[in-house]
Design a protein around this ligand. Structure first.
Ligand code: PRP
Ligand code: HPA
Length: 186
């Protein structure tokens, strides 16, 4: 994982544009938890947090879900620190954990959609009873994939975004809001 200098970090932050405030993200998480409760409350699901960006949204959603559930993770990546996607690489596929279970897959973003589509398909291949997907952010864009997440927190324009788990060159996952990187940085 390459390090960024403090100067670079501050310059990228200064050039970025805040699209969504931390307060608006919190409100979106509230709406998401209500939808998830309606779909999965009482079903004792296995929650799969998609590494790495899904950690933040999963951690913020879980205390808002007041029903029995179990937490696990899945690691499928296409970006590996870059700003455009490639082939899916499986790093952890929870084959045994999903068999016969209702599954909730939680991720930070639905962009081209290929990561979530591949994870949902893999859960069904591995014998999940049902699969619900939830993402904090969906980009408003054309995409090849027909799959759409069941629960979507916010929609953002088709720009490179960071914050609440979303990284820019492995940084900015901790930004308090959803920021768009400036064109010169993408
Ligand atoms: O809809 P898609 O175009 O497939 O992109 C969405 C995926 O890309 C990012 O993951 P990434 O592979 O960058 O891993 P990360 O979570 O470690 O940043 C993001 O966290 C999603 O999982
Ligand atoms: O816009 C994005 N930002 C961060 N990570 C991503 N992974 C897919 N799209 C994005």
């Amino acid at each position: 994982m390459n390090k960024m200098t403090d100067e670079e970090y501050r310059a990228i932050a200064a050039r970025s544009e805040r699209l969504v405030s931390g307060g608006e993200v919190e409100a979106a998480l509230g709406r998401m938890s209500e939808s998830i409760d309606a779909l999965l409350g009482g079903k004792d699901p296995v929650v799969l947090s998609v590494m790495t960006g899904g950690i933040v949204v999963t951690g913020l959603l879980l205390p808002r879900l007041d029903f029995a559930l179990r937490l696990d993770y899945v690691h499928a990546t296409r970006y590996r620190g870059a700003t455009s996607g490639g082939q899916i690489e499986w790093r952890h596929r929870p084959t045994e954990a999903v068999r016969g279970e209702h599954v909730l897959v939680v991720d930070d973003i639905f962009d081209e959609g290929l990561t979530m589509e591949a994870i949902v398909n893999a859960c069904y291949e591995d014998g999940a009873a049902s699969v619900v997907s939830a993402v904090l952010v969906e980009k408003t864009r054309q995409r090849q994939c027909d799959y759409r997440p069941d629960v979507i927190g916010l929609q953002v324009p088709d720009r490179y975004v960071m914050g609440y788990g979303l990284d820019y060159k492995s940084y900015f996952r901790n930004a308090d809001g959803i920021l768009a990187a400036s064109d010169q940085d993408v």
